[in-house]
Design a protein around this ligand. Structure first.
Ligand code: FAD
Length: 522
């Protein structure tokens, strides 16, 4: 018997498990479908893509995307302690004040920027030191990259030359501008949510962690959630929660688990023979993601991360936590406005001092430089629906990329490719930036750039919104993250974000869980 059963030991689940068990009388069971996070590649920042399509990855795929030439997109998702924070690119980017003020304006009291800033600050240990926006002493270590690549230094200078101002802290009072990426690392190693929160808490007598435990459904007594049924290997198990069940399975798995448990669009549940506990049409709707497209040129100097996998680099990493293997690949980022008249950035330019193609699954064949353009405020929204009543069967993921009527998402990415070309051509890059390789030649008109986007754009791995917080007909949770229409059940993870922040979603997910833990401890 537990007070809380938490499903999913990802960015949010680790925070909750640690915070709730600070009270020694509170008994928590944390269920994680994946294995423990013991693999060396989890620790090595530059190796994150080596975890894709392994047992540490759910390795999802979207349905064919009509506006991306009918392609299916690969969606990695972490399946281990730490969840996606154990295989992400470690970029610490909170987003913009406007993002959170928009959540509050949608009727979500307590989620405006001034309300949530204390949770961002409480969560982190910013190595550079505290400011009005930045915190120290928290579990989540946020560091500067230790060995910035010389090509990244050139990118920063080139960005200045084309008019993008430097910004000492894109997580500070203003987001516009360019700087080297801040990373969730400590002493050059990945610092996942499991490292930050779970490891210090795991020996507590009131915390039980089960790995390899796949939740099949939330069990209800009437409308009250009372426990979770799960499987370990081929063994069926059940756990009771006297206070609450908390679903933290992430943007794909949380809505799937709600639907498998009878909470969701009634017609869809019935079609799969699932008894309806509560009809909630918004479950799985409103899927938002950041779409990104890369431009790549050859690098004239042999300085890139193509040479990262040497014994010498491994030795440096293991002995001193330094060298190329400490790179998170995406070493710098710029936040810009794609047109006049915007009140905040809507375009991110991410720089990698290496050829980064096919999610890094293809090893680079030579030295290259990559600029990825990211549409930060997508208008296109999609859906997640059940493919089967079998919990081990992946749901249908349809982000409907580039489906917005105005074509604004495509325009932003085309503009991003134009800015990438401009940066590659800036004087500071002369020494490094060589011939274009992808696409070759770099498109010089919008129609060619649009063709490239449709052919090659991929997810930046930030899906949110499938259990959106709000009060309208499509809302799934209220502003305390309680699931509408049932009792003693919450969703706490990236799926509750009602809109997508202009940032990377790990920081905001940790913030959400920190805030939820306060509500739960009250
Ligand atoms: C490749 C990649 C790169 C990324 N890069 C960045 C980045 O650089 N910076 C950034 O801020 N964000 C990044 N992100 C996004 C960020 O990591 C996620 O938004 C964030 O980790 C989501 O947290 P979560 O708690 O919602 O879900 P997750 O961290 O995904 O956790 C969900 C957990 O629940 C478990 N689970 C799911 N279903 C069940 C079930 N039925 N039973 C038991 N357990 C279950 C999963 O195995 C997983 O461990 C990246 C993501 C990916 C995949």
């Amino acid at each position: 018997m537990y007070d809380f059963v938490i499903v999913g030991a990802g960015s949010a689940g680790c925070v909750l498990a640690a915070r709730l068990t600070e009270d020694p009388t509170c008994r928590v069971l944390l269920l994680e479908a994946g294995p423990p996070d013991r693999k060396l590649e989890i620790r090595i920042p530059a190796a994150f893509s080596k975890l894709f399509k392994t047992r540490y990855d759910w390795a999802y795929e979207t349905v064919p995307q009509e506006h991306l030439d009918g392609r299916r997109c690969f969606w990695p998702r972490g399946k281990t302690l730490g969840g996606s924070s154990s295989l992400n690119a470690m970029m610490y980017v909170r987003g913009n004040r406007e993002d959170y003020d928009a959540w509050a304006a949608l009727g979500n009291d307590g989620w405006g920027y001034d309300d949530i800033l204390p949770y961002f600050r409480r969560a982190e240990n910013f190595e550079r030191g505290p400011t009005a926006e930045r915190g120290t002493g928290g579990p989540l270590n946020v560091a500067e990259l230790r060995d910035l690549n010389p090509a990244t230094e050139a990118f920063l200078r080139a960005a200045h030359e084309v008019g993008i101002p430097g910004n000492d802290d894109v997580n500070g009072s203003a987001q516009d501008g360019v700087n080297a990426t801040q990373v969730t690392q400590k002493r050059g190693r990945r610092w996942s949510a499991a490292d930050a929160y779970l490891r210090p808490a795991r020996h507590r007598r009131n915390l039980t962690i089960e790995t390899g435990a796949l939740a099949r459904r939330v069990r209800f007594d009437g409308r009250r959630a009372v426990g979770v049924d799960y499987v370990v290997g081929d063994q069926a198990r059940a756990a009771d929660a006297t206070r609450e069940v908390i679903v933290s399975g992430g943007t794909i798995n949380s809505p799937q688990l709600l639907m498998l448990s009878g909470v969701g669009p009634a017609d869809q549940l019935r079609a799969h023979g699932i008894p309806v506990v509560h009809e909630l049409p918004g479950v799985g709707r409103h899927l938002l993601d950041h779409l990104s497209v890369v431009s790549i040129v050859e690098c004239n100097e042999p300085v890139t991360l193509a040479g990262a996998e040497s014994f010498r680099n491994l030795g440096r990493f293991l002995v001193s936590g330094r060298g190329m293997l400490t790179s998170n690949i995406a070493e710098a980022c710029a936040f810009v406005r794609s047109r006049d008249g915007l009140s905040a950035p809507d375009l991110e330019l991410v720089f990698a001092p290496v050829t980064f193609l096919q999610h890094g699954l293809e090893a680079p064949t030579g030295h290259g430089l990559t600029i990825g353009a990211v549409a930060l405020q997508p208008r296109s929204a999609g859906t997640l629906t059940l493919a089967s009543a079998d919990p081990s069967c992946p749901p249908c993921i349809d982000p409907r990329y580039l489906s917005d009527d105005a074509g604004e998402d495509l325009r932003v990415l085309v503009e991003g490719m134009r800015r990438a070309r401009e940066i590659f051509a800036a004087p500071a890059f002369e020494r490094y930036a060589g011939a274009p390789t992808y696409p070759a030649p770099l498109p010089t008109n919008d129609a060619d750039a649009a063709r490239h986007v449709r052919r090659y754009a991929e997810s930046l791995y930030h899906p949110v919104g499938t259990c959106a917080m709000g009060n309208g007909a499509d809302a799934v949770v209220d502003s305390s993250l309680r699931v509408h229409g049932v009792e003693h059940l919450r969703v706490v993870d990236a799926s509750v974000m009602p809109t997508i922040p202009r940032g990377h979603t790990h920081a905001s997910t940790v913030m959400i869980a920190e805030k939820a833990s306060d509500v739960l401890r009250r």
